[in-house]
Design a protein around this ligand. Structure first.
Ligand code: SF4
Ligand code: SF4
Length: 292
């Protein structure tokens, strides 16, 4: 390990287990459920699960695109599993979630780019939790760009997730190298389309992949201009040596400054920090958007 690869002391989990977390943990184990929170070893699991919030991955474990920060394998996905949306809905019911984030791989192999799969998962969660005492489970859809194909976006948007998130992840100058399957401008366009449809929109920037501080400010402004309402700002952690190296460790103080800056720019809600993930305390961030 070179010194730059060594994690600074502020990248540490504070392990505090609460009663809701323990209940969820037992359920997930006894029912054999799969969550990103556990499978990615997310450091925020005690906090998010205590609020009954969790993240699920759909579409399989092979992605048709290859992003240089992402630990999901690139390859030929399995055939579409049409029962997956129902099962995810069932998991949400079992875990009695207040807020579920649904994310997944890009399915460029499918004729509809996976639009039905994403939309149906939102519909299933809403339908299966319609009678829930505390109100139906809110869904944040963290989706790929569907190549900005209007029919595919229309299908996804009309499932009406409480939040439509699409992450640009990095700044324009290095975007092509980091996300060869995406286009920065196209991603902004998808966010604008979601906003115009009437959805609460959200995006994420991962810092530490070679961007400059000025470029981060510029990207925040561009996101806001594109109609993005909520933003998360996070630190890049390298999944393996085959992935993009960590270029810098952003200090906690800089994350605080960026939060202030993003609020100044006009975002309704911002989560910014070394351990923040795009689904971190997502329910609370959504609340900020609707209260504004
Ligand atoms: Fe990972 Fe999404 Fe990129 Fe696929 S499209 S490699 S899942 S970030
Ligand atoms: Fe799960 Fe996301 Fe929270 Fe991590 S940040 S525990 S993945 S909901």
């Amino acid at each position: 390990q070179t010194p730059i690869e060594r994690k600074p002391e502020w990248i540490k989990t504070r392990a505090k287990m609460g009663p809701e977390y323990s209940k969820m943990q037992n359920l997930v184990k006894s029912e054999g459920l799969h969550t990103v929170c556990q499978e990615a070893g997310c450091p925020n699991i005690y906090e998010c699960w205590e609020d009954r919030e969790a993240t699920f991955l759909i579409g399989g474990d092979q992605c048709t695109r290859r992003c240089d920060f992402c630990q999901i394998d690139t390859g030929k996905p399995e055939a579409l599993d049409r029962d997956e949306p129902r099962r995810v809905g069932e998991s949400v019911v079992t875990m009695d979630l207040n807020y579920a984030t649904i994310t997944g791989v890009a399915r460029d192999d499918l004729e509809d780019g996976g639009a039905w799969l994403y939309a149906e998962t939102v519909r299933q969660i809403h339908a299966q939790t319609a009678d829930r005492a505390e109100g139906r489970t809110k869904v944040e859809l963290l989706a790929p760009d569907f190549n900005a194909v209007p029919e595919q976006l229309a299908e996804v948007f009309s499932s009406r997730p409480e939040v439509f998130a699409h992450n640009v992840e990095t700044v324009p100058r290095i975007f092509k190298r980091i996300r060869p399957g995406f286009r920065y401008e196209r991603s902004l366009k998808v966010i604008t389309e979601a906003r115009d449809f009437g959805l609460v929109t959200k995006s994420n920037l991962i810092l530490g992949m070679g961007e400059t501080r000025e470029e981060v400010s510029e990207a925040l402004k561009q996101l806001h201009d594109a109609g993005c309402e909520l933003v998360t700002i996070t630190q890049y952690l390298r999944p393996s040596v085959r992935h993009h190296p960590v270029e810098r460790w952003v200090k906690p103080q800089e994350f605080v400054e960026l939060k202030d800056e993003a609020e100044q720019i006009g975002f309704s809600g911002v989560m910014s920090g070394p351990l923040v993930r795009s689904s971190y305390r997502a329910g609370r961030l959504y609340q900020m958007a609707i209260e504004k």
